[in-house]
Design a binder for this molecule. Structure first.
Ligand code: UD1
Ligand code: CA
Length: 482
């Protein structure tokens, strides 16, 4: 039974249009056999996040967490972990014997509510407005069961909704794909797997479900004919946008949902003033934030919890994940930026690799074939060519020459290189950490620096050049005589 005391204190938003109480049940216990994957279906990702997180987020838009029940079973612990932070409730379906059985398992937790809305963990694009529309229609119709349907361009694989007549909202039955008769195969109206039920007739009749069907499971869909037989009203509401209620039973369908979600994401960003050339080529995760007047060129990926400020230009073939980029930053083609932070007016790339913990200062330049890791590059500093900077603290106005590297690893431990403000590191210098180059100091090109360099000094750490006059000429003469 639900904790009614708790619910009385904070009236759920879901019941605003009516005083009837409402629970949301999300079915997510299945294995997803048709995906042929070790991972449970609802943990497969679209837009960079598991399917189940979208359904929970949609439910959370209009019902408090304590009225949302997620049914878990296959790999229950990992499914739980994916949404636990939202504080929703869980129902354990130990054996997965079908969608009807899933609801039987939730009975003791939800039968105290007046109505329940049932969502599918593998139908992730559902909008809160559509769920609210279903609830309102269900309450207005005083139905025992209301089925959200859609006119699918390709109905194969879905259960079909058999209406009492063409113009009627009354439903006679839902027939699963595998159980369709020849005549029923022409029905294009599909069951979305999303329903509203009046709790009392649902649980009064749920015992009538049987496993006498093609899959030997208790089908929740059979509640339609069971309720009709009990003279309880069963109605259908057609969703406006069939794309919103598509399921993911195969990896091809999952890819389709992912593309649909990302296309919506690009449209939303463009509507907010972000320029995206050829959006169909860009892969932008759901949670990414980009401010107006930034330009995203074709074939860019922006993933995870990345944030990009205004007036940036992200050029083609760049992959940015979990990174923060301020305003007026230029990221040239082919960069990989992972868990990094880039300040305003910086220029990065082409072909730069900013690894976790890279902090690029305001107006700094990181050029081609430069790799940084756990490194702070100060304001206006430059490392323009072929450099590795790992575990380094680099001050402001520092110039790091081509090919210079920090040697941060002795095979066992990592050490820090400090380069103070205004220092100049000549090309091909190797700085063997732990080591410090003082303010304004110069390190000569080709040096191997193993000792600290005092401020304002010049350090040479290389063999002196020797000249052997005439050596080459003599050699030529010797070899031609032979
Ligand atoms: C279901 C419907 C079908 C509808 C389709 C819409 C049934 C019998 N069929 O079919 O009419 O067109 O959804 O997408 O309901 N689940 C459990 N426990 C179980 C079995 C499934 O929690 O024992 C969960 C799954 O994890 C999944 C959801 O219920 O999230 C739907 O199950 P699935 O096997 O995908 O049903 P479909 O065959 O797609
Ligand atoms: Ca499904």
């Amino acid at each position: 039974m639900p904790d009614t005391k708790k619910r009385d204190k904070k009236k759920p938003a879901a019941t605003m249009s009516n005083t009837a109480t409402l629970a949301i049940v999300i079915m997510a216990a299945g294995k997803g056999t048709r995906l042929k994957s070790k991972r449970p279906k609802v943990l497969h990702e679209i837009g960079g996040k598991p399917l189940i997180t979208y359904v929970v987020a949609a439910a959370r838009q209009f019902a408090p967490a304590h009225d949302i029940y997620v049914i878990v079973g296959h790999e229950a612990a990992s499914v739980r972990a994916a949404v636990e932070s939202t504080d929703v409730q869980f129902v354990l379906q130990v054996e997965q014997r079908g969608t009807g059985h899933a609801i039987m398992c939730a009975r003791s937790q939800v039968e105290g509510y007046d109505n329940i809305l049932v969502l599918s963990g593998d139908v992730p694009l559902i909008c809160p407005q559509t769920i609210a529309g279903l609830r309102d229609f269900h309450l207005a119709q005083e139905a025992a069961m209301t089925i959200l349907t859609a006119a699918a361009p390709d109905p194969s694989g879905y259960g079909r909704v058999i209406r009492a007549s063409r113009s009627s909202s009354r439903v006679k039955a839902i027939v699963e794909q595998k159980d369709l008769t020849r005549a029923q195969q022409h029905v294009r109206e599909i069951n979305t797997g999303i329903y509203a039920f009046a709790t009392r007739p649902l649980f009064a009749n749920i015992g009538k479900l049987t496993t006498r069907n093609a899959q030997g499971e208790f089908y929740l869909t059979d509640m339609a004919s069971a309720l009709v037989a009990a003279k309880a009203p069963v109605v259908a509401l057609r969703a406006d946008d069939p794309a919103e209620v598509l399921g993911a039973n195969t990896l091809a369908e999952l890819a389709h949902l992912d593309a649909e979600l990302r296309s919506r994401k690009c449209s939303a960003l463009m509507a907010e003033g972000v320029t995206i050339y050829r959006p169909e080529t860009c892969v932008i995760d759901s949670d990414v934030e980009i401010t107006a007047d930034t330009v995203i060129e074709p074939f860019v990926q922006i993933l995870g919890q990345s944030r990009i400020g205004s007036d940036c230009r992200i050029r083609s073939y760049t992959i940015i994940s979990d990174s923060q980029i301020a305003e007026h930053v230029q990221v040239r083609p082919g960069c990989i930026i992972d868990q990094a932070h880039i300040s305003a007016h910086a220029v990065v790339g082409p072909y730069a690799h900013l690894r976790p913990g890279s902090k690029i200062g305001e107006g700094a330049h990181v050029g081609n074939f430069v790799e940084t890791k756990k490194t702070k590059l100060g304001r206006g500093s430059k490392a323009n060519h072929l450099t590795y900077l790992g575990d380094a603290e680099i001050g402001d106005g520092v110039n790091v020459g081509a090919g210079a590297i920090t040697c941060n690893f002795d095979g066992v431990n990592k050490y820090v290189t400090v380069i103070e403000d205004g220092a100049f590191i000549g090309s091909d210098a190797t700085l063997v950490a732990p080591v410090r180059v003082g303010k304004g100091a110069y390190v000569a090109a080709g040096s191997c620096i193993t000792h600290d360099v005092p401020a304002d000094s010049l350090a040479f750490g290389r063999a002196r050049q020797e000249i052997k006059e005439g050596w080459a000429k003599q050699r030529r003469e010797k070899t031609t005589k032979k």
